[in-house]
Design a protein around this ligand. Structure first.
Ligand code: PLP
Length: 461
């Protein structure tokens, strides 16, 4: 097949974006404003499942912002909570005071988290949550007299953040092009059946993945490995779902080898899989720490955190070393406005939204799956209200497309013309709409996506 890209004129960015343009700066801006933002249309407002762009075009918010606007846009209840809290108490330092919303939220999370995850440290988002979890592991092992036990195990296909340490854990294609990481990380294979199984049955692939971890532990030594970190579903890697018992078996290996298991639920918690936390309710594991962010406030306020097990916390408290102080703090930890929003957000989730998400998810997955008949689509996969559509050169052979074709962005470009915002991921696109999405809106979303993928296929001929 001729893979030349037809030049398209007039489009602000796509199709025909230069293949080597990997560092995204706002185009044609008089000054370099907002580094990292791409030259997209401006979004000016939002309501429910929709956003409106600068041209007045209404778009279904396919990715719910970045997997986060769980209750939908322009929720008046949350807006009022923010205003009321700002008028009552805008801020209190987390160093030597606390505030009521933070205390209440801590209680609520502790009551909902699995196992003995009773303690929480609030952060400002997902990266700072993962960073905090790692620093807790380091401190924990220092206190226990195991200062050499610090290696971090992550996986190809994962995304854990954009600070130096968390980005070092990331494992998606191109994550490390032109960027430096830290030498504390070892990576296992992605558990993606589509990419990794290569002729093996799903069960055999699962065995292979678990064996790989076992071998790595033998090779590095359990006494040098501090933590294993895993998203229950690799979200930004393309919604990569692992074989059925993989997470349980990885968790068991961690327990056997005194390796802390950090479940990164920045995407999967707060309703995306129909539960407040998915680790236990969906995957049957009780991790040592759970990191969360995004959906905890439905994206209305930057807040994240780490749930920490009582087992770890009690160990830390036992230390009688005079210098054993966990020196770690963020100015906006436990922010009263963020915590107040999170409390009300959780109430809204529990007042029917989780149930709605669970009810509508099978329809969402089923309708998206119908796109697999398109020649460009290799696989549609997902769980709950998150799904990935992966494009390939040849679906029967699962041949990957040249990454520079940026097919995801092309699909997004075409879909936006027809009223749908898509989250592009190299040659994939991801759908994770607000949890309030209706069946009719799902139908529209899938119909537009079908047209967008077909138009993209035309671009590539
Ligand atoms: N962990 C996961 C699983 C994520 O998906 C993300 C962001 O998408 C992060 C961590 C980082 O969160 P933040 O962007 O809030 O720093």
């Amino acid at each position: 097949m001729d893979r030349r890209i037809r030049e398209t004129t007039g489009a602000r960015e796509l199709p025909g974006e230069p293949a080597n343009r990997r560092f995204h700066l706002v185009q044609a801006a008089p000054v370099a404003r907002n580094i990292g933002a791409e030259a997209r249309g401006l979004i000016t407002s939002g309501e429910g499942t929709y956003v409106v762009d600068e041209n007045g075009r209404q778009l279904i918010d396919g990715p719910a912002g970045m997997w986060c606007i769980n209750v939908g846009h322009r929720n008046e209840i949350l807006a009022n909570v923010m205003r009321d809290q700002a008028m009552a108490l805008t801020y209190s330092t987390p160093w030597y005071t606390s505030n009521e919303p933070a205390e209440t939220l801590a209680e609520m999370l502790s009551a909902r988290a699995p196992g003995d995850l009773r303690h929480v440290f609030f952060t400002t988002g997902g990266s700072s949550a993962v960073e905090t979890a790692i620093r807790l592991m380091q401190f924990y092992n220092n206190v226990r007299g195991k200062p050499q036990k610090k290696l971090l195990i992550s996986r190809q296909g994962s995304y854990h953040g954009s600070t130096h340490l968390t980005a070092s854990l990331n494992g998606r294609p191109r994550d490390h092009d032109w960027m430096d990481g830290v030498d504390l990380v070892r990576k296992l294979s992605s558990p993606s059946v589509f990419h990794g199984a290569q002729g093996l049955s799903v069960e055999a692939f699962e065995d292979h993945l678990v064996d790989e971890f076992r071998r790595l532990i033998e090779q590095e030594g359990a006494d040098r490995i501090g933590a294993f970190i895993a998203e229950p579903i690799q979200a930004s890697g393309g919604v990569l779902v692992s074989p059925a018992n993989y997470l349980k078996r990885m968790h068991a290996l961690c327990r056997q080898n005194d390796i802390l298991y950090i479940s990164d639920e920045v995407v999967t918690a707060f309703g995306r899989l129909g539960h407040i936390f998915a680790s236990e309710d969906v995957f049957g594991i009780q991790p040592d720490m759970i990191t969360f962010a995004k959906g905890v406030t439905s994206g209305y306020f930057p807040l994240g955190g780490v749930m920490v097990s009582a087992r770890i916390f009690d160990e830390l408290r036992k230390s009688d070393h005079p210098n054993a102080t966990f020196v770690h703090g963020l100015t906006y930890s436990s922010h009263p406005i963020g915590c107040a929003v999170a409390i009300r957000n959780i109430e809204l989730l529990e007042d029917g939204l989780l149930e709605h998400a669970r009810e509508v998810s099978p329809y969402f997955q089923h309708r998206l799956k119908t796109l697999e008949d398109l020649p460009l689509v290799g696989e549609v996969r997902g769980m709950g209200l998150m799904a990935g559509v992966e494009c390939v050169a040849d679906p029967s052979a699962k041949n990957p497309l040249n990454l520079d074709l940026a097919v995801g962005k092309r699909i997004d470009f075409h879909c936006q013309q027809k009223g749908l915002l898509v989250r592009p991921l190299i040659n994939m696109c991801v759908m994770s709409p607000p949890l309030i999405i209706t069946r009719t809106q799902i139908d529209t979303m899938v119909a537009v996506l079908r047209e967008g993928i077909a138009s993209t296929a035309n671009d590539l001929i």
